[in-house]
Design a protein around this ligand. Structure first.
Ligand SMILES: [Zn+2]
Length: 229
């Protein structure tokens, strides 16, 4: 009898021990999160790096074209190109800040000098590039930042998106105006040249005469706006 009791106790202890062990292994599996396959923000980072390279090249290229347009005596488009180039440079800085806020660094891409092209062609290429940015690249990047729950980056990219829209409108307007003025005297061209204010924080552009008290995107005061004329 003593022997049987001993075996019974042994079996019961063994069963309890095994159940506890299995339970513990199960709980461990439930509680320990799986190793993430990609680091946090990886998707946002690669999109931001792409946008950084695009805006870096864009602003460089737009400034070059602005000087070509000045040389071609197209002052109204030249001033538009200069203010857009500066707005693009601000977008580039915005992308850099966003990348750095995610703990990464940028390195400036190469900027090969563009061949001089006819003005019409220059504007058409710019429009196509900006429309592609607004249709694909920026909505994807903003969507990603929102799904990462990073509203700081989503907001900066939304500024970029809105300003890019305004660049498109400016370019389209200039397209009609200055091109028609090609046949008119230099004096008439100067009369039609508009002056612009640029917000140094977010790259927002306003026509000088209609500029509001502060930037509608980021609340920077009008007294800090940069003047282009
Ligand atoms: Zn602003």
């Amino acid at each position: 009898m003593g022997c049987m009791n001993y075996i019974k106790r042994f079996v019961v202890t063994a069963v309890i021990f095994c159940s506890l062990l299995l339970g513990w292994v199960y709980l461990l599996g439930e509680l320990m999160p799986e190793e993430p396959t990609t680091p946090l923000w990886q998707e946002s980072l690669s999109q931001l790096h792409e946008l950084y390279r695009i805006t870096f090249r864009q602003s460089h290229n737009t400034l070059q074209q602005a000087s070509q347009l000045s040389a071609d005596s197209l002052p109204a488009i030249a001033v538009i190109m200069r203010v857009i180039a500066e707005s693009e440079r601000i977008h580039c800085r915005i992308c850099q800040r966003a990348i750095e806020s995610l703990g990464d660094n940028v390195s400036a891409p190469s900027t090969p000098d563009a061949e001089p092209q006819p003005t019409m062609q220059v504007i058409e290429q710019k429009l196509a590039q900006k429309e592609r940015l607004n249709r694909e690249t920026l909505p994807q990047a903003i969507g990603q930042a929102l799904s990462d729950e990073n509203r700081y980056i989503a907001r900066m990219l939304t500024w970029y998106n809105a300003n890019n829209n305004y660049h498109i409108r400016l370019l389209k307007a200039s397209y009609g105006e200055d091109m028609e003025l090609g046949a008119v005297s230099d004096g008439a061209k100067k009369d039609r040249t508009e002056a612009y204010y640029l917000c140094p924080t977010c790259g927002h552009i306003e026509i000088m005469e209609l500029a509001p008290y502060c930037c509608p995107h980021c609340m920077t005061s009008r007294s800090e706006f940069m003047l282009f004329k």
